[in-house]
Ligand binder design. Structure first.
Ligand code: BDR
Ligand code: CA
Length: 313
């Protein structure tokens, strides 16, 4: 069977890293590149983290393309309080031997969309700045993308960074607005779906410790700070957002039927900036169903994907 070309835009980030390990482990997909955003921490760190994770996982064949260092219009605070100052738990790892590519992420997205036109699976795990820039350079991009899967938003307004907004949408709302207007159908794993699909903290830690693979040992170390932070605030279930989005991307058969609805982004500077407003009752005539929202994912399948990403039994 011909493998599906997969391009991931990401801001690693501890949960991004687990999602990337899932993609590395998947035999049905061919990972053609990582385009890197700023978000969880600054771009220098997210690029360094992507390169290091590839090295540890033996995937130096995957090109890494640095993208935008800032949101399109308005600066926003990072999430280093969750992921550590370097985004990977401040373990002091030795930098990867390999350097990133010279090509900008937005240009790489466009080039790879042509190279894999009609077949490309595009997965966005961070703020949508690179994707928005690519769309401004070439608005025909969505025509060449077979599926676009996004981690972001809070579809009934239960945010994780403000009362109403989720981090990725909140960090660069103008970019999210551009992307949600441009793509006819975005498969969305939002924060609220993530909360319904937590991983048991003790069990996840056991998978990492017992796997006996270099990637699991590395992941155990870089995720420790975040897992402890999460346990203190959110209890025994760890909400590993990007891993759930990656499960939807790699194994969509694990998802219950997606809820197709119109979704728009609130851009006003106030309490609701970055909110993903879903027209659940289709009150605005003529608004297309641009979001296919993940409501439920087979938890056992999700956990099996995480285990095999780590190399755990
Ligand atoms: C999202 O925000 C980031 O902190 C995570 O990496 C994830 O992509 C969750 O809201
Ligand atoms: Ca992320």
């Amino acid at each position: 069977m011909e493998r599906i070309p997969l391009l991931i835009d990401t801001d690693p980030g501890v949960d991004d890293a687990l999602a990337l390990l899932m993609a590395f482990a998947d035999e049905r997909h061919d990972l053609v590149g990582l385009t890197i955003a700023a978000g969880n921490v600054g771009l220098a760190h997210t690029v360094a983290n992507a390169l290091k994770l590839c090295e540890v996982a033996g995937r130096d064949d995957v090109p890494v393309f640095p993208g935008c260092a800032e949101p399109l219009l308005h600066a926003a605070d990072d999430a280093s309080y969750v992921h550590g100052r370097d985004g990977f738990g401040d373990t002091g790892y030795a930098p990867a031997a390999r350097a990133a590519e010279a090509e900008h992420a937005a240009l790489a997205i466009l080039r790879l969309s042509h190279a894999h036109a009609g077949r490309l699976l595009l997965v966005a795990l961070g703020p949508l700045t690179n994707l928005a820039l690519a769309l401004k350079l070439d608005p025909t991009l969505p025509q060449r993308v077979a599926r676009c899967v996004v981690m972001g938003g809070a579809v009934t307004g239960h945010g994780n960074v403000t009362p109403s907004a989720e981090f990725n949408a909140w960090f660069d709302p103008e970019a999210a607005d551009i992307v949600f207007r441009a793509f006819p159908r975005i498969e969305l794993a939002d924060w609220e779906a993530v909360v319904r699909h937590g991983l048991d903290q003790a069990q996840a830690a056991r998978w990492m410790r017992e796997a006996g693979t270099p990637r699991a040992a590395f992941y155990e170390a870089i995720s420790r700070h975040t897992r402890e932070w999460s346990q203190d605030r959110r209890g025994d279930r760890w909400h590993c957002a990007d891993a759930l989005a990656m499960a939807l991307a790699l194994a969509p058969e694990g998802a219950a039927p997606l809820a197709e609805r119109p979704l728009s982004i609130e851009l006003a500077h106030g309490l609701c900036r970055g909110a993903t407003v879903v027209d659940w009752d289709r009150r605005v005539p003529g608004s297309p169903d641009n979001a296919a929202i993940l409501m439920d994912y087979d938890q056992a399948r999700f956990e099996a994907l995480v285990r095999s990403a780590l190399g755990a039994a």
